[in-house]
Design a protein around this ligand. Sequence first.
Ligand code: IMP
Length: 207
Amino acid sequence: MRDLLIATTNQGKLREFAELLPREGYRVRAGSDVLSPVPVIVEDGVTFADNARKKAQAIARETMCLTLADDSGLEVDALGGAPGVYSARFAGEGANDAANRTELISRLRALGTEQLRFSARFRCALCLFDPLASDDRRILEVDGVCEGSVVLDERGAGGFGYDALFVPNGHDKTFGELSSEVKHALSHRGRALSLIVASLAARAGTP
Ligand code: IMP
């Protein structure tokens, strides 16, 4: 049984990975189970994929474990794609989810339109890094997108981050109101992860 390390300290992401990753063949572990302290990796990439690769490589090389990293965020068209790669620190370095949501609402209100909904999408880049694999199988990079809109009033207590403000296309409720099963079936992370799960299933049988 191989360890599969999740290179994140974000509790919301960890919960979703624990719900979605296969248990056969792998022991899913958080970075904090193996590393103390967990190294802080500066997320200075221009894209989600750059940051995911940087996190996966750094943790995999330190632990020699198969490592999965996620970099994700929200892009709002009316804000030119912000908060984007700055989603976790939109209200400033160290900001929590509630402060980031408040910042988003106030930036959208400051546009001065009568709009109550703004087109937006969640994006997720995943990088699976296998430090023991041959060069051609060492890195797998995938991404997932979930289109929808942002509302100006928070709704629902489920999920994390911007979930209480995001309504996926085809639904009237926010991710904060929808069940985790519905979120997983539609979400940027669920979509990207289904590609990783297929690759893990193939690797589980190989030494
Ligand atoms: P990262 O750790 O730099 O990838 O930060 C991602 C940030 O994007 C999180 O802190 C959340 O604010 C936001 N985010 C990413 N995925 C989700 C999601 O599934 N729901 C809500 N917010 C998300």
